[in-house]
Each structure stands twice: as C-alpha cells, then as structure tokens.
Write a new protein. Sequence first.
Lengths: 327, 201
Amino acid sequence: MRLAVIGAGAVGRSVVELAGEHGHEVVAVADSSTAVVADGGSDAVGVDPDAVVARKAERGIVGDDDPEDALAADYDVLVEATPTTLGDAEPGFSHVTTALERDRHAVLANKGPVAERYGDLRAAVDDSDGAIRFEATVGGAIPAVSTVEDIEPGHVTAVRGVLNGTANFILTRMAAEGLDYDHVLAEAQDLGVAEADPSFDVDGTDAALKCVILANVLSFGAADDPADAREFTLDDADVAGIRDVPGSALRLAAEDGQTVRLIGEATGETVRVAPRLVPENGTLAVSGTQNIVQIETSHAGRLNISGRGAGGPETASAVLGDVGRLE
Amino acid sequence: MSDRRDGTPEASLADADADAGTAPDGGHAAATPSTHTVRLELVDEPGQLLAALHPIADNGGNLLSIYHERGNKTPRGRIPVEVDFEATPERFEEVVDALRSEGVNVMQAGTERYAEEVTLLLFGHLIDTDLSDTLSRIEACESASVADVSLAAPQGTEEVSSARLRLEARAGETDAALAAVRDLAAEKDLRVVEPLTGVEA
C-alpha cells in the first residue's frame, strides 16, 4: 500500500520508519507547515524515511512541499496522525474526508474525528469506496477495536479498562510510595510520562475519548440500521479525573486489599470514566504506564488484553495493522 | 447494630405484607424472601433436630444451612443449633410461632436484612462537612447501613481527608445505595471512589 502520513509527531514518524517493514511505501509526509511528496510516475519510489525523520529532527520540517500536496498525492491510504482536537475535530476530520472523497482509505491515530464526529465520518464512508480504521485511537498497541469487531459489537455488552498510562503511572506511584499527587506528577513530567500540561490525561479526557470511540463502535456495530444507532461524543461521557485523589485515600484502599485506578467503561448506552476501587492484585490493577482493556461478551465470557497504551512505535504498529486489514 | 437491625423494620415489613397479594407493586418488596437466622436450644435426644426443622419447612421456610453444635452445650445442658432459612417476613413470624408452639426453645430469631457488602472511598472536607451527619444520612437511606468506617486525616481535620466506608446493602439494592451516597457527596462537594460492582476483577 502507498501511504500518505499526515502528522509528523512521535506516531507519524514511527509510521514512516516502520512502513517498509510491513511491506508498505510512504509516498507523502506532511507536518503542520511542510510536506514531502515522492515524485509521481509508474516506477515511483517512496520518500526516504530516514531523510524525513532526520529533517524533522534537525530543521523541524519534513520537506519543501506544501501540506496540501501531501493530501493530493497518489496514495492508497491516508494515515491521520495529527494531534487530537475536540469539537469540530479539525483539521484531522477534513484530512480524512478529503481521502474518502477521493475514494481512498484512511487510518486514524487521531481520536478527535472518531470521538467527536463519528456520525459524519460514517456518512462520508457511505459515500466513498474508501474505508476508515482507527485501532490506534484506543489503547495504543492493544487490539481493542479489532477484537470488538471480531466478536461482533452486538455480542459485546461492555468494554472497560485502564486506558491512560499517565494517570495509571501516577496512581501506581502514589499507592506504592505513599506520595501525594503533586510530587508524583512532577516525577512523571521529569520522566516524560506526563506532559507539561497534564490536564488531558489526569482529568480523564483522554480515557473518555477512547471510551466514546468504543461506545460508537458498539452502538453503530450493533444497530441493524446505522440511522438508529446512538452517536456518542465527549459531551455524553460522565468524566471524573484523578487530580484531587489524596494519598490518604489510596492508603485506606490498600489497608483493605484494594487500590484506585482510573477506569473507563463503555457500553452502547453509557460512557463513564472515574477513579474506581479495584482489588490490589486484580486484573484491572495494571502497573505504571500499562493499559488494559477488558471486553465483556455475551457468549465468550470476559477477555482481557493488556499492553502498552501509548508510544510512537507501539501506536504505529496499530496503524500499520489497520493498513494491512485494508489490503 | 444487630439489635437495631432486628427490630423496627420487621414490623413495618410485616404490615406492608398484608396486602401483598393484591398489590403487586406496593407489596413486592415486602413479599421478597430474605435470609433469617434462628438459634434454637435442643434437648440432647434422638429426633429433636428433625422435630425442630419441621415447623420451618411446613411454614414455607426454605432451609439454607444448619449448624448443629454437638459437644457445645448451653448452661442448661442443651445443644445450641443455628438454622438459616429464607422466608418472607410474614412467613418468618409464622415459623417462629410454630417452633415455639412445638415446644422448641427459640433463643434468638433475627432477620438478616443486608445481603450485599460494598466498600467505597469518600474524600474531601469530610470533617468540615460534618462526617457524622454524612454517615447518619447514609444510615437513613432505606437501602443501606454503614457497617464500618475508617478515617484518614493526615493533615489535620481542616484539610482534605479520606474515609473508607463499608456499607451493607439489601439484596439487589447496592446500586441504589451507591446512588444515595453519590447524591449526598455531590451536595457536600465530596468525591466518591466507587467500587466496580458486579465485576470480579
């Protein structure tokens, strides 16, 4: 497959680097202000991944072309890896619909369009010969969406789990060391586990977006007619974060053999993210930046998949897995 | 706490049960069987246990367990036996009456109203918002009773503190109990960390 990678952050760069290993060719890469597009022609070769990554690192650009040129390039799959935006989910949403209007596929690592405008995306897919996939938007390397699809959304009653590594790292350290939130947050920021502005992670927004996406998959997947499916956005989620959880609460939980985890839950009807009490040695009490997705099924019992929920190569692996499914 | 539990609610439940047959909605809760425990004193003679179990079965009690403390005698030289059974409140009264009229010495007869246990955390300005009022109001909630409280206020009573509460809820009413705690917490600007109920993680 020929890929146009839009977005040159950690995930976009890893997709560029790993595409060759998966048998794909990158024909265009764009960041927010520049692009590089391979020369056209029947024997065209893709862009040089090493050169793109080096240029981005050294000069902060990916090439000398205009980002619009990358969107117009001759690709089979557009990889949308720009930062997640809320509300109208732009510019990611337009990147995806541009690809669909050209009857090309799109694979998203950007949560915004799938969480905030799922109905619009489905409508654009219906009018196109292209398809969309978005495994990378939920749980990084964990195959959450494709597992739900394999079981069939109508046979999945709920999906829950730990879906934010930053919040999980903070809760794990607070419980293990008896430290308070502010101290552990500073530590996480020094380690690069938390952003300078950690709100998106610690307030539960990131986990909520992932649960909203799962709720959309469950709702649309289970409906006989998509017109009957309930569409979820972030506004439909009941969200509480971990910012004010005191160390004393974690100590009281530990005395009772329990701990606190930021748990997201999605069904076809509700989305909820909140700190919850779970058994200290239970399946959901994953440590550090690990994520876990627990899928509750009608006939197949409960499935647990844990692993790395973030990171460039991890998320890129999910993106490239999606590209493979589109072949 | 068990004394209080065994007391008042039964009378009201028994009253409500009177028209259970004709009022499916209003009478539903009262007609639901709950678990009861009776402690009996039996004379150490063959056939005594069987004789004591008949009045329970004959009056609609569904036997759950029998703990026959052979070897452990009461001061009067009798054998204590603990019997658990399910029955509606009305049936329960009939069982106890029947046992007594058969000459069985009923040492204790209680109703176990709370079948489910749930642990949660509360944090915030627990002391400033009157923790004892918070607990009393949870107690006042029909669905639950506070069984245990642990408080941690490492920075003194004026700062944020945490509490771990163990609630006992009636069968099937854990969600209602949690909802009541959520409402109370919202009113007092406290935060609740709920358990994942129904999930054995």
